[in-house]
Ligand binder design. Sequence first.
Ligand code: F3S
Length: 394
Amino acid sequence: MFLTTEEERMLSGEEGNATRKAMMILVALGKIYGADRLVEVSSVQVSGVSYKNLGDAGLEFLDDLARDGRARVKTTLNPAGMSLTEWKSQGIQPEFAEKQLRVIDAYRKLGVEISCTCTPYIAGNEPEFGQHIAWGESSAVAYANSVIGARTNREGGPSALAASLTGRTPLYGLHLDGNRVPTLTVYVEARLESPEDFSAMGYSVGKKATDGIPLFRGIKEADLEDLKTLSAAMASSGGVAMFHIDGITPEAGVGPHPANRVTFTPKDLKDARLSLDDEGVPDFVSVGCPHCSLPELALLAKLLRGARVRREFWICCSREVKRQSDEAGYSRWILGSGAKIATDTCMVVAPVEELGHRVVATNSAKACHYLRNAGLRVRFMSLEECVAVATESR
Ligand code: F3S
């Protein structure tokens, strides 16, 4: 693989030990995937932040890099396993909190912005069309490639951090034009009337597309909330890192319509929604997977104004969106109801099962997928129904 003089210097250790290790990771990946060279990236999103997933080995890896490593490009962070400031009221144990805060400290030393959100594209890290980036959150990867037209592979925690410390990533996969063409045509006959419908469809289609690139036809409109939950769902049930929607996403016209075709019917939508719904009375309610946008907080404020929450209810969003919600006056109505605005974290990366919850109500297919894997039962419902469950008398 060709390396520039500066890249050779990084690899030789002249620019520090962390940079050398980062470059070794990128060169090894480049060789595995047949990249001719590295490409400069304009931003990085690092996943692998929750101590629940990292463990002590991950913490040691970060501490080691933080001795002399520094981010060279804008680098933002995925959610952590708890709110960095309100963890006590979330019921998090001090031993977990101590380790989680050490993880955050290591990232801070590395020069990473402590944004702790999976929706960096609405929280200050918005790439432009055609830019090369190295993002490590699967839902944000699918959103960035598909909706924005930026270019990233699905990076793991170490490879995203390596890109941050060098400002580069191997040039292969979705960085190349030829790998961004659709592989499966999906004729959508079902009427998609809510973000939950997009989420359920994404979950179903993700299984069929596996790691291919679906091209949706027949969708008349989709807003940011629809597209972010579609991205998350397809990236969780399959390995979808990019999709196209005719007339909506910027690269939908590239390549011919694939001969490999499926239809998504009204029955498929009903079945997909049912398949995500277990039985049981929820003892925990959470929305914001991916993290809520400001319009979602506006809707929640409207629904919760004057209401009283009677079950643990987490509304997950970034600090940046929470700040905007505070300014707009939404947070006052939400918090006044007894609901919690959970910044920095989410219902999946926090140790929810250890908090004693057994049945979770949520409006996200991705959250259903991962919570089930953690041994919890899930109820899949609309955002409005989540509020109704959270506020109903026991
Ligand atoms: Fe984000 Fe957590 Fe869902 S990181 S996409 S809210 S699983």
